[in-house]
Write a protein that binds this ligand. Structure first.
Ligand code: K7E
Ligand code: CUA
Length: 635
């Protein structure tokens, strides 16, 4: 990993802040003049704010103050991931993943195209679930993983540079919806739910024979991002979570009738939560007891058998029809499935799952120890680490706080009210998530309600409305709504991580693997990227290498012939934190970001004879406007 820092509030680690640099160079009018002027004090924190709520938790973050949590939000139809500060709910950054990004050139640079791989033909994605990598049951700050429901992919984001670094298209399934990571000893494996059923292989056979359509859970290696095995199930897989020992994944599974129309899917009264026995599956894969499907080499295990309660790989726990969210309690004791069409949540005791797989009892339903009613349309549940659960109920537009042990006692016949509070949210809530709730360090400070509708809540902005991510203080006995956060559609889910866990780099490292292939190409061309400005002609291909340092490009012009395939490779040799340059080539649709100490490249065809200016598109200097050059294209 590259540069990491100990204290978020330190000034720039190079000792030169961007503020110093810009201030000094603006005065001197030349690049580099700021380098010797040393540090100026960082922005002082404002005095402690008086904006606390009844629970005493401070929710207003003053200018210059830092948030306590990083929030990572999926971007839904935008195909991206967003970083928010919590509790301020300030949007800090967007990480392009499956989308194309005009600001950074994601999807356009050669470096990003390599990561997008074969799927770079797609310009979009649909991200629902973003999760952070684990060590020993809690976040370790290495990676984020996110699904693409649209084009059946899973991506990984490096948390040091906050850029996507690997993407895999999952074979044999269509539409990856829920994903979760193994929590112990580390992740380990990434479990991805294939949602829709398809013929196997999906090569034109069985078009009209839905009885032969199937889907699978896929396990992806968190390091290599290769699919290591898949397991066929009865029904469609929706959401998934894992236990805290590394042994189980549990998915909600709807459409147990395996219908292809809505009435068919709505037929049965019950669907399932399917528990996957990871060690049993891995043993079968290791023993070679699997098949492969079509061109794919991925081992496929048969996990069907719901009518018998399951198999040695799978346990089908009956739950009310069309369940949705599946959330493990932070103490590792229960899987909780959310009823959606049923006003209940189903509590599955994980100790009983052990017993079932050991053959101690027959009916998987006996692993259900309570099924409390919480409200209309339960979708997702989150936890405060103090024994309380918070369930989003979509139809009632509420967050319902309830006590898990009390609900279990009530199921045993004890007269006890397990509901603690019902809080109205605004409205049609989907996911809800509390700080650190997906870890064994759930800390019960903040909860976010991700509301799908915001009509009448904000200034209207046309037929398409913002969504409303509401911040709720859960640190006390009572939930308190403290903040409304409009967002661009549609964050399905989010996680919130203590800020000490996240260790972002402040500058690129010159040996970062992100641009290693470009560095290798320069080496083959005999070019020292940090020093040389050179044009290499290789038949119809032209490679233009240049450095940038505010406010100049290493080459003020370069010449190519009409029809040349031109690769421009830029190395930003400035060492100033936050000092990016851009390479924007007019009328060629080219605009990429080059961070300090990074190398970025872009390839295009020069098909228009004439003079074409390139300019720096990221503000970098008093003479930023003058930072430009000419591409001369001969007819
Ligand atoms: Cu929107 Cu998690 Cu895809 Cu529920 S999912 S709401
Ligand atoms: Cu370099 Cu603006």
């Amino acid at each position: 990993m590259t540069d990491q820092r100990d204290d978020l509030k330190d000034d720039d680690k190079t000792g030169i802040s961007r503020r110093t640099f810009l201030g000094a160079t603006a005065a001197a009018g030349v690049a580099g003049a700021g380098l010797s002027s040393g540090m100026i004090p960082g922005i002082k924190n404002a005095e402690a704010s008086s904006k606390t709520n009844a629970n005493g938790l401070k929710f207003h973050v003053d200018p210059g103050e830092l948030d306590d949590y990083y929030g990572f939000w999926s971007g839904g139809q935008s195909g991206e991931v967003r970083i928010l500060g919590v509790p301020s709910m300030r949007e800090l950054m967007r990480i392009p993943v499956f989308n194309r990004d005009s600001a950074t050139g994601w999807g356009q640079t050669n470096e990003s195209k390599r990561i997008l791989g074969d799927s770079s033909e797609f310009m979009n994605g649909d991200t629902h679930h973003v999760h952070g990598s684990y060590t020993n049951g809690t976040y370790d700050g290495r990676y984020l993983y996110v699904n693409d429901k649209l084009n059946t992919r899973v991506a990984r984001i490096r948390m040091d540079i906050m850029k996507t670094d690997k993407i895999v298209t999952v074979p044999n399934v269509t539409s990856i919806h829920g994903i979760r990571l193994q929590k112990y000893p580390k992740s380990g494996l990434i479990f991805a739910n294939g949602e829709m059923i398809i013929p196997q292989p999906n090569d034109g056979r069985d078009l009209e024979t839905p009885a032969n359509y199937w889907t699978m859970l896929s396990a992806i290696d968190g390091e290599t991002m290769e699919v290591v095995w898949q397991i066929i199930v009865d029904g469609n897989l929706d959401n998934v979570d894992t236990d805290y020992t590394g042994k189980y994944a549990c998915s909600t599974c709807y459409n147990s009738a395996r219908g292809v129309t809505l009435p068919e899917m709505m037929g049965p009264e019950r669907d399932w939560a399917v528990v996957f026995n990871i060690p049993a599956i891995e043993a079968a894969v290791k023993a070679g007891k699997y098949k492969t499907i079509g061109d794919s080499k991925v081992p496929v295990i048969d996990g069907r058998g719901a009518e018998k309660g399951g198999s040695k790989f799978t346990m089908y726990v009956p739950v009310p029809r069309s369940p949705h969210g599946l959330n493990t309690t932070p103490d590792g004791k229960y899987f909780i499935a959310n009823g959606k069409l049923s006003p209940t949540v189903t509590i599955i005791e994980i100790a009983k799952v052990d017993q079932w797989f050991a053959g101690k009892f027959k009916d998987p339903r006996d692993a259900v120890i309570a099924e409390p009613e919480v409200g209309l349309g339960p979708l997702h549940t989150t936890y405060d680490g103090r024994g309380n659960a918070y369930t989003s109920v979509f139809l009632d537009s509420q967050v319902v706080k309830w006590n898990i042990q009390d609900a279990i006692s009530a199921a045993k016949g004890k007269k006890v009210n397990y509901i603690r509070q019902k809080l109205d949210v605004h409205y049609q809530i989907g996911h809800t998530k509390a700080t650190m709730a997906e870890t064994n360090e759930a800390d019960g400070q903040w909860l976010v309600a991700l509301c799908k509708f915001s009509k009448d809540r904000y200034l209207p902005v046309g037929p398409l409305h913002a969504e409303n991510d509401q911040l709720i203080d859960i640190s006390g006995d009572e939930m308190k709504l403290v903040h409304d956060g409009p967002t661009f559609p549609e964050p399905h889910d989010c996680i919130m991580m203590r800020r000490d866990i996240v260790r972002p780099a402040r500058l690129w490292s010159r040996d970062d693997p992100y641009f290693a292939e470009t560095v290798a190409m320069a080496k083959r061309d005999g070019v020292v990227l940090e020093k040389e400005n050179k044009v290499i002609r290789d038949g119809n291909k032209v490679r233009v290498y240049m450095t940038t340092t505010a406010p100049t490009f290493g080459l003020s012009n370069f010449k190519v012939k009409k029809g040349n395939e031109v690769t421009v490779v830029i190395t930003n040799i400035d060492q100033i934190e936050d000092l990016h340059h851009g390479f924007a080539l007019t009328n060629h649709g080219v605009n990429i970001e080059i961070g300090a100490q990074a190398t970025a490249s872009v390839t295009f065809t020069a098909n228009k004879p004439g003079v074409h200016w390139y300019y720096c598109s990221w503000f970098c200097h008093a003479l930023h406007m003058e930072m430009s050059g000419r591409m001369l294209v001969e007819a």
